[in-house]
Design a protein around this ligand. Structure first.
Ligand code: FMN
Length: 219
């Protein structure tokens, strides 16, 4: 269990080796044991691979390279007034994230390059598009997060890696057209899935000290 947690990281360079459908079914069936308040299980996942994914990547990448600002957001990626310590953590992660992929901070094309890398799902052969019913509130969104983390940990048990991507919400109408999601569903994020590309640079992100995020009260 500790091994799955510590070896999970957001991989941004996947090989094109296909992921067997039975493996994904095994992972998703097991991940459905994730807890949810009232056992609502408020997630819906579209598993996209093969030609439908290739076509979706093409459409999203065309938008990214055109500098398309994206579809109207259904939820903000971050609070508008992100302050310390979150802003500091964000800045550190942002600087590490794409430099390993050769996108320098001072590059004027940086936003477009980042969008293009994301819209190609970093080369992943499968993307899980996770939706939640529009009627659901923050509690159910938290349930979806627990479910997705369970999926990502189980993928490690299968030798697979993942990268959760809120970026797909920028192209949510393109994703909706590809998967046929009903209007009542909100795209939470995509999760790219596959085998890590051999020799790809990897980043081990830091974490805040426990004293910053945990308070023990009593013994
Ligand atoms: C809901 C969610 C959305 C994310 N969206 C993106 C994204 O659009 N693109 C990306 O490259 N990484 C994305 N990430 C990955 C985070 O940057 C990453 O989890 C964080 O920096 C910690 O690094 P680690 O996952 O490697 O431990 C996302 C993570 C989560 C949980």
């Amino acid at each position: 269990m500790y091994e799955a947690v510590s070896s999970r990281r957001s991989v941004r360079a996947f090989s094109d080796a296909p992921v067997p459908r039975e493996t994904l079914e095994r992972v998703l069936r097991a991940a459905a044991r994730a807890p949810s308040s009232g056992n609502l299980q408020p997630w819906h996942v579209f598993v996209v691979a093969g030609e439908p994914l290739a076509e979706l990547k093409r459409h999203a990448t065309t938008r990214a390279l055109a500098g398309d600002p994206g579809d109207e957001r259904e939820y903000p990626m971050y609070p508008a007034d992100l302050a310390s310590p979150y802003l500091d953590r964000f800045a550190i992660a942002a600087s590490q994230r794409y430099e390993a992929l050769g996108v320098e901070r001072g590059d004027p094309e940086r936003p477009t390059k980042i969008a293009a890398l994301n819209s190609a799902a970093f080369g992943a052969p499968v993307v899980l598009f996770c939706y939640v019913d529009r009627a659901m509130g923050p509690g159910q969104w938290a349930d979806v997060g627990m479910f997705l983390q369970t999926v990502m940990l189980l993928l490690r048990a299968e030798g697979l890696h993942s990268c959760p991507q809120v970026m797909w919400t920028m192209y949510r109408n393109t994703v909706r057209d590809a998967v046929g999601a009903a209007d009542g569903l909100v795209l939470v994020c995509g999760v790219s899935v596959g085998y890590e590309l051999a020799g790809a640079p990897s980043v081990r992100t830091g974490r805040a000290d426990l004293t910053e995020t945990v308070s023990f009260v009593g013994r």
